[in-house]
Design a protein around this ligand. Sequence first.
Ligand code: ADE
Length: 234
Amino acid sequence: MSNHFDVITIFPDYFVPLELSLIGKAKSAGLISIEIHDLRAQTNDVHGSVDDTPYGGGAGMVMSPEPWGKAIDEVAQANPDVIHELIVLTPAGEKLTQKLANELVNSKHLIFACGRYEGIDIRVTDFYRSAQNFKVREVSIGDYVLNGGEVATLVIMEAIIRLIPGVIGNPASLDEESHTLEGSEGILVEYPNYTKPQEWRGLKVPEVLLSGNHGLIAEYRREQAKLRTQNLGK
Ligand code: ADE
């Protein structure tokens, strides 16, 4: 079975870009399958309401647990005999890293729960944490607040899908990327890259890259990666 992704959202249109580029091709090639589900399909009232006021008071609305429970049960039942990795997008979650993407690519069934407003009633997370065949993670893509989990889901899916064998034409290009290079100081960002022409607007390609000496080039690139990592944000 290839990797299967289910996304539950009140804005299915956010996921149109998944038809494009490498992810679209991976879908067509059958390397992955993706289904987008409208949470409102799980509501019974005419307005399709999915939220309510928070117990204890406070601003904003909280997403009701029942539509979420139904939607998650449905996608789990459609994918029997696998562990369901439920990813709940929230700025209060663990931070997305390359390491986490490397772990998640091993999961056969990923379910993304895209919360909106002030988030999803926490009992949804609590319930599935102790449900059979489920693993639950609350994930954030960074220390800032988005309007909902849709964009965060696209980011995480792209980070995962490009790691699936066959998705990227030349798998060697995954080896020397930012956050994959390991130095004595920990994880490094990637060294800077150059292509033709040799001189552009007076700026020259460093001599060492033209030398053909692979040892020297590797050493130079590692130094540059270290410098770039040290200078991040400066
Ligand atoms: N929802 C709102 N903000 C978010 C963030 N930073 N990461 C993931 N989901 C979110």
